[in-house]
Design a protein around this ligand. Structure first.
Ligand code: ADP
Ligand code: MG
Length: 709
């Protein structure tokens, strides 16, 4: 057995668990080892029962003197009551709703129990403790003698909330594997980097991150793994950059007169930032070296117009351009926008998605569109990922624009070209403002254009956190807006209600006892109970594409008043008539994502609102939501998000494929700079990474992981 052994070959993992793990992206022993806890429970304080006092957590070792199940008067609650005895005395123990415990914890058995002690009147009891059976009872009472404990009596790793895979189960699986393989884990970091940065070697670090001797040790391990992630990303980006510099692109001359005439004919004046960004893009494309530029602009800042100008200039110079959007809905929307703005100019636009193809507003067979694209008839081709699938060739492609896509490699650019002699210029656009450290890490030395000002006349979106007792008022307000002719979005964190969640303390804490709102249930409630007289629709990722599009279309045409949806509406959808964005379980989303949702409203002259609903009140959550209420600038929010985000925060921002551990250290610019320095040194010394095969292998895996979605 080694790190690449599939989980199916591990004797303790049955088919059910294999499925669950695979759903979490865990396929090999290595994946298991690199599935890190997000926090630790400190159960290391082992004391005699006589010293038990209210509070804790404490850990007690002893013998079960008695154990039985009781049913409470009030309906179904079952209480398991036990007494634990040690040399110093005894303590009462209570578990709620875990009647099966009496099958595991038997009278006279030796156990270690860990949890909080509650004092009521004069009696003390341990409530809902974690438990672990002790195999060698002789060691129990001996002071200072350490049992090899996994779930109690030490710092206990707590893994992120997942469906059907508990922390306890993960500990049970990971610990023996780590013990068994500890001397067979090769280190992918070059030795001199480990030395220079004073890192723990990989095997030790893995041990300390899962089963730390102390929080300080766990911190050291985290520091190493965070470095490793950023280091890998940096290497990847820098190598790609090296490849790109070798390539040639078509030099596209700027037709100043033509562009000027076009912008003068627009129904609005371009903002200064739009002008500046467009100019930077055109200047890049004038060179015969491929452009690699990111256009960052808040939602509604008018990035599409910059894209249109760049496209127009390329087409005017006799070239083709391709525009790629992340979803079908968006691709179609862009197709419409491009067609509208370029209506008077003789430019032929095509649309290609997974199942449809259009040419100049007419549906045509895919084969015909491909032919027209190959022979250069299609000036602009807009599409989804279908664009980069095999079989699409361009005659003279000079420019590729990506909307809301964060990675696009040299390889994919080359794929779009018929001959490999030239590769297209690339402009990526994003509404997700990226903090400086992150931009530096994932884009390396990429050129960035910013659109910071919004077009004139936009009203500020009023953002409010709505406490549970004000829910009815909020519904009344929504009704009022709809009466005025407006429309409303309702966003929920999940599609279906969570089913049979195990009521472990871990889960309950993570859930904060709060119910996570689900689209289907919320749709039922709103359409049947709250707004039976209004038209309510639902939208989520499990629906068929046609169905989704039908709903989106109806919403756009104002045939639906309230749209209950998951985060599928997050990017780019334009429904100017919508004036309320209501977000359920707001704490479940990252700041950047919430900001994106908010950007779905306020896209016209109507005063718009963003209402945040949350059942929780932890400090961090409040800080996050408070930041959203007080701040409307996406760039500021991005920096705040990064500052607030702790390593234990798993919401949102998955799009870069950066693990949360690495995200946390992106707070520190000096760490990022140091990492990049190290990456540059290694590449300068060995550009092909011949001396570091393991590193090379990791880079390859990484490339597959991070490519487009
Ligand atoms: P995003 O940057 O989010 O992609 P869009 O390009 O979709 O934003 O633009 C949002 C809306 O603003 C569109 O309806 C667009 O026509 C309009 N718009 C773009 N530029 C300007 C401008 N300079 N003045 C007024 N409206 C503009
Ligand atoms: Mg857009």
């Amino acid at each position: 057995m080694n790190l690449s052994t599939p989980i199916g070959e591990i004797p303790r993992i049955g088919p059910q668990y294999q499925k669950r793990l695979k759903r979490m992206g865990i396929k090999t022993v290595r994946d298991l080892f690199f599935h890190f806890p997000h926090r630790y429970e400190d159960f290391s304080n082992i004391i005699p029962t006589a010293q038990a006092d209210a509070g804790g957590p404490f850990c007690f070792q002893g013998k079960i003197l008695e154990i039985r199940n009781l049913r409470t008067f009030r309906r179904k609650m079952i209480i398991t009551q036990a007494t634990l005895g040690d040399e110093s005395g005894k303590i009462k123990v209570i578990w709620f709703n875990q009647p099966y415990l009496i099958n595991t914890l038997k009278k006279d058995g030796f156990v270690c129990l860990a949890g909080k002690v509650t004092k009521k009147n004069s009696s003390k009891y341990l409530s809902n403790p974690a438990y672990e059976k002790i195999s060698d009872p002789n060691s129990v009472f001996k002071n200072g003698l350490k049992q090899d404990l996994t779930h109690t009596g030490r710092l206990i790793p707590v893994y992120p909330e997942t469906e059907g895979v508990s922390s306890k189960w993960l500990r049970f699986i990971i610990k023996p594997l780590l013990t068994k393989l500890s001397d067979k884990i090769p280190d992918s970091l070059p030795e001199k980097i480990i030395k220079e940065n004073n890192f723990l070697p990989v095997a030790k670090a893995l041990w300390q991150i899962h089963f730390p001797d102390s929080l300080r040790k766990a911190g050291e391990a985290k520091r190493r793994f965070a470095f490793e992630e950023i280091f890998t990303i940096s290497l990847f980006v820098l190598r790609e950059r090296m490849e790109l510099i070798k390539e040639k692109a078509m030099a596209v001359p700027i037709n100043v007169e033509f562009i000027k005439k076009f912008t003068e004919g627009l129904p609005f004046n371009l903002t200064d930032d739009q002008r500046k960004s467009a100019w930077q893009v055109l200047k890049d494309m004038e060179k015969n070296r491929p452009m690699n530029r990111l256009l960052e602009g808040d939602v509604g800042s008018g990035k599409t117009m910059v894209a249109i100008i760049a496209a127009l200039n390329a087409v005017k110079a006799g070239y083709q351009m391709a525009f790629m959007a992340p979803t079908e809905i968006l691709a179609k929307q862009h197709f419409k926008t491009f067609s509208q703005f370029l209506e008077k100019i003789k430019i032929d636009i095509g649309l290609i998605t997974g199942k449809e193809s259009y040419f100049k507003k007419k549906k045509i067979p895919r084969k015909e569109l491909l032919e027209k694209t190959k022979n250069g008839e299609t000036d602009i081709l807009i599409g989804t990922h279908a664009l980069i699938q095999e079989g699409i060739k361009f005659g003279k492609l000079a420019l590729v624009i990506l909307d809301e896509q964060h990675r696009f490699g040299v390889e994919q650019r080359a794929k779009l070209c018929q001959q490999r002699t030239f590769i297209p210029h690339l402009l990526s656009m994003t509404a997700t403002p990226i903090p400086r450290t992150l931009a530096l890490t994932i884009y390396g030395d990429l050129d960035i254009s910013l659109i910071q000002e919004l077009p004139k006349g936009r009203k500020k979106i009023i953002t409010k956190v709505i406490p549970p007792q004000k829910r009815k008022e909020a519904y009344d307000f929504i009704r009022g807006e709809i009466k005025e002719g407006r429309q409303v979005f309702v966003i929920c964190p999940r599609i279906e209600p969570a089913n049979n969640l195990q009521l472990t303390t871990n889960n309950l804490q993570l859930m904060g006892w709060a119910e996570v709102k689900a689209v289907k249930k919320e749709f039922e409630k709103l359409s049947k109970e709250i707004f039976p007289d209004l038209k309510v629709g639902q939208l989520h990722g499990k629906m068929k594409t046609e169905e989704k599009e039908k709903i989106m279309k109806k919403f756009k045409e104002d045939k639906i008043d309230i749209l209950v949806s998951t985060s599928v509406v997050e990017v780019g959808i334009d429904v100017p008539n919508a004036s309320v964005m209501m977000i359920e379980g707001a704490e479940k989303f990252g700041l950047a994502q919430l900001h994106q949702f908010r950007g779905r409203v306020g896209r016209s002259v109507f005063q718009s609102y963003c209402l945040l609903f949350t059942e929780m009140s932890s400090k961090t959550i409040n800080a996050r939501l408070r930041a959203l209420v007080s701040c409307e600038n996406g760039f500021e929010l991005a920096e705040k998000d990064l500052a607030i985000r702790g390593p234990g925060d798993f919401s949102g921002q998955r799009q870069w494929g950066i693990p949360d551990l690495a995200m946390a250290s992106l707070k520190d610019i000096s760490v990022v700079e140091k990492t990049r320095e190290n990456a540059k040194e290694i590449l300068a010394e060995d550009p092909e990474l011949k001396k570091y095969p393991l590193l090379k292998e990791r880079l390859k895996e990484f490339g597959q992981r991070i490519h487009l979605e």
